[in-house]
Unconditional design. Structure first.
Length: 309
């Protein structure tokens, strides 16, 4: 091959690898903006919605002029929209240092890909609050032809944080009287900076919300399990799983327990006179509703067990 042919091949390969790298740098919903001097950034176009207590990922990739060596990725929260942030502003994140970063964001922001050579400037912001809504702008710091330099991209990511609407997921296996069972509650949102606090509340007929008596395993990250021994008394009662994120953001889910019991006749009676069915028919007017029902429960069970033998 002649020298010239080799050169052409070389240029061709360079072109291919360039288009490949710009392909891999894109993502669904991303739009690339470039300046004349080859500084490009790809950000999600349009509104990025997120919910309080959870997190948001700002997808981002960039390229710089060939002689620019990137040493840090810096993010600003930049309001009002017509303003362009610059290096004199206080960033919300700086990959190089935690100093001189907005205290409100310190520890809540991190890069998805810490290796800057991937040109991936995506960040995750955790423990969101409504005040995090706004426009976010990227700056890269480094050297240009050996001299310290930086570049602030003009495109902005538009984030809107609304109140938490997602609910926890409560998994209830079939419940049989006397058979120990484990229920699971999973907090919504796969990403959250700090682990949420998960509690279980049990509400029987005519009773105030009370913490459930059972074996609650220590919450592991996003889930909590509750192991307890279902009894006929639990039938028709409501169990609530409450998830508390940072900034007192709360979401909960309630399930009505359906306990099947071993003794058919007893169960029929129980279902007929269960707290929940009695709640509905006003013919029963107990002063102390739940304790009367519990007593009735126990009598019925004893009678049934005696009759059985
Ligand atoms: C950036 O890196 C993260 C984590 O490796 C990855 O999930 C994401 O897709 C990357 N984004 C781009 C635009 O390459
Ligand atoms: C950001 O999104 C909000 C909500 O959709 C919209 O009202 C606002 O105009 C957007 N701002 C910019 C600069 O696009
Ligand atoms: C359980 O929840 C259902 C639906 O929210 C409600 O109709 C019912 O009255 C509740 N039962 C008790 C015992 O609180
Ligand atoms: C809770 O579970 C642990 C481990 O399985 C067990 O040792 C303990 O006795 C249980 N406590 C109750 C009240 O069931
Ligand atoms: C409880 O389970 C029985 C049998 O599976 C079903 O017929 C009944 O509707 C269920 N009750 C409630 C409150 O879910
Ligand atoms: C209802 O019964 C419970 C349990 O027996 C008892 O602790 C409580 O004092 C009673 N309440 C009233 C208002 O009688």
């Amino acid at each position: 091959m002649s020298h010239q042919n080799l050169n052409i091949l070389f240029i061709f390969l360079k072109l291919v690898s360039f288009s490949l790298s710009s392909l891999t740098a894109s993502f669904p919903g991303g739009k690339q903006h470039c300046t004349q001097n080859n500084y490009c950034v790809t950000l999600t176009e349009g509104e990025i919605s997120a919910e309080t207590g959870l997190c948001v990922v700002l997808q981002c990739s960039f390229t710089t002029a060939a002689d620019f060596k990137v040493e840090s990725v810096i993010w600003f929260k930049c309001d009002p929209p017509e303003r362009k942030c610059d290096k004199s502003d206080t960033p919300i994140f700086n990959s190089r240092t935690n100093e001189n970063v907005e205290p409100d964001f310190r520890g809540r922001v991190s890069l998805l890909e810490p290796d800057l050579s991937h040109n991936n400037c995506s960040i995750i912001i955790n423990d969101l609050k409504t005040s995090d809504s706004g426009l976010y702008q990227l700056r890269v710091g480094g050297t240009y032809k050996g001299k310290e330099d930086g570049f602030t991209f003009e495109s902005k990511a538009n984030v809107t944080v609304t109140g938490l609407s997602q609910k926890p997921t409560v998994m209830v296996p079939p419940l049989t009287e006397g058979q120990q069972t484990t229920l699971t509650c999973t907090a919504p949102g796969l990403c959250s900076g700090s682990d949420p606090k998960i509690t279980w509340m049990w509400r029987g007929a005519g009773e105030k919300n009370s913490p459930i008596t059972g074996n609650i395993t220590t919450n592991q990250g996003q889930t909590s399990t509750l192991t307890f021994n279902p009894s006929a008394e639990h039938h028709g009662t409501n169990l609530t799983c409450k998830v508390r994120f940072k900034w007192a953001v709360i979401t909960k889910e309630t399930v009505t327990l359906n306990v099947t019991c071993e003794y058919r006749t007893y169960c029929t009676l129980l279902t007929k006179y269960s707290p929940s069915s009695m709640m509905m028919s006003s013919s029963f007017k107990f002063q102390n509703f739940s304790s009367e029902v519990k007593l009735l429960d126990r009598i019925l069970k004893t009678v049934y067990l005696v009759l059985k033998f």
